[in-house]
Design a protein around this ligand. Structure first.
Ligand code: UD1
Length: 426
């Protein structure tokens, strides 16, 4: 397994190109299953999860053509003239929970799907009951058998009023895709409002879907008989951008994030401003630097968009671990998303967890240590801590980072960080 070594203490200075959003690209890829025509997706991030999703699509019958890509990202066309299999096998689904997003498109287009249950994952149990209940409301019959979801709708899905009992990004996406091809109108209430869902909806509209209310909690979809092709550029990754913004802030550097605008980052910019870091729009992106001296402790609570993203919670905690004063960080989305805490503490952070809240008391210095990545965003918090720790930090299990950050070492090294990948000998 590859590891990453980071020598702390160098402020980041320079420019970082922000890739397309992994969390927009994954549902966009599954949306290509809704049509027999070609959907071209530009600005896909070149990360492991995209390769995995592409493998899943290929096994459903998709053909992929790669176009010449710029320095970062992928540009590819997906054509699924015929669905050759409606089964998403355990082997692929267990590696990536977002695989469950093939369920809505498969049932909508083929009238049936067999998708492995994603099972538990490191940050919590994460069931898919909301996806399933909503599909049932639209007329699907669902059975769970031997770890698989069997969904059938022999006469097609019917438009319906779907009220999500809690805000779920994945369920909103699955039902949005399913409703695009359903018979009649679907009204989705208590929908998630994340920019990645808006991006998915915009692409579906280019494919001919009739959707209103994207970005609000009530989305109306008028089903159509079939969808066509589209050419779509994936929205910038606000989580990658926020992560690098915090890297600039924690290291007391000055970095321009290229290809992302302030609106996408919303509450993250507000929290960073309170903590003493300015994120300012400049030509082509956002400039990040401290607005005075030290970092200051601030309280944050994660919430669905436009609230503070749970996918930025670990990175915020790394930054708060060297801020002046205390910070209370509350996780309201996932029940077990503090796995980075013991690793940060091994580097000298002072953190106490009580239930869903972590009290972080800022320390003067962190020290480099061997640490272990536990999930995608937790790993990034260790990178941030390593950037300012005294000495070397070796981060093990880097494959977590590779799932969602495109060429992280290159992007950070380009701004002066002392970082290298220690490759596992072949
Ligand atoms: C997506 C993101 C993930 C992010 C999360 C919350 C992708 C590929 N992943 O995950 O990075 O951290 O949104 O912003 O976009 N829940 C249920 N039943 C369900 C579905 C969800 O109880 O059927 C619960 C989950 O366990 C969790 C909460 O709802 O506690 C929110 O989950 P959800 O918004 O669905 O997250 P994902 O779509 O899995």
């Amino acid at each position: 397994m590859d590891r990453i070594r980071i020598g702390g203490g160098t402020p980041l200075n320079g420019r970082i190109r922000i890739s397309g959003a992994k969390n927009a690209a994954l549902p966009l890829l599954t949306a290509t299953l809704l049509t027999a025509k070609t959907v071209r997706l530009r600005n896909l991030p070149n990360v492991a999860d995209i390769k995995l999703m592409t493998a899943l699509l290929e096994q459903h019958g998709s053909e992929v053509e790669h176009h010449e890509s710029p320095e970062y990202g992928l540009d590819a066309s997906y054509t699924t003239a015929k669905i050759t299999s409606t089964t998403a096998p355990y082997d692929l689904v267990r590696k990536m929970r977002a695989s469950v997003l093939v369920l809505g498109p498969l049932v909508a287009r083929e009238g049936n799907a067999t998708v492995s249950l994603p099972g538990g994952c490191a940050i919590g149990t994460r069931p898919v009951d909301i996806h399933l209940t909503a599909l049932e409301t639209m007329g699907a019959k669902i059975e769970l058998e031997e770890g698989y979801i069997h969904a059938v709708a022999p006469d097609g899905l019917k438009g319906a009023e779907v009220v999500f009992p809690m805000v779920s990004v994945g369920a909103t996406e699955n039902i949005l895709m399913a409703a695009a091809l359903a018979d009649g109108e679907t009204v989705m209430r208590n929908s998630a409002k994340e920019p990645e869902i808006v991006d998915l909806g915009e692409c579906l509209k280019k494919m001919g879907a009739k959707i209103e209310g994207l970005g609000s909690d009530t989305i109306r979809v008028q089903g159509v008989a079939e969808l066509g092709g589209a050419d779509h550029t994936v929205v910038a990754d606000r989580i990658e951008a926020g992560s690098f913004a915090m890297a600039a802030g924690i290291s007391d550097g000055d970095v321009v994030l290229e290809g992302v605008d302030a609106e996408l980052l919303g509450s993250v910019i507000d929290a960073m401003a309170e903590a003493g870091i300015d994120v300012t729009p400049v030509e082509g992106g956002l400039q990040v630097r401290r607005n005075g001296g030290a970092l200051v402790g601030v309280d944050v609570m994660t919430d669905p968009f436009p609230g503070f993203p749970t996918d930025m919670q670990a990175q915020m905690m790394a930054m708060m671990s060297v801020a002046k004063g205390a910070s209370m960080i509350t996780e309201s989305i996932f029940e077990n998303r503090f796995m980075h805490v013991p690793e940060l503490m091994r580097m000298g952070a002072n953190i106490n967890v009580h239930g869903g809240s972590a009290m972080v008391r800022g320390v003067d210095t962190l020290t480099g240590a061997p640490v272990m990545a536990t999930d995608l965003r937790a790993s990034m918090s260790l990178v941030l801590a390593a950037l300012i720790a005294e000495g070397d930090t070796i981060i093990d299990r880097v494959y977590h980072l590779d799932r969602g950050y495109e060429r992280l070492e290159d992007k950070l090294a380009g701004c002066g960080a002392d970082i290298e990948r220690l490759r596992e000998p072949a």
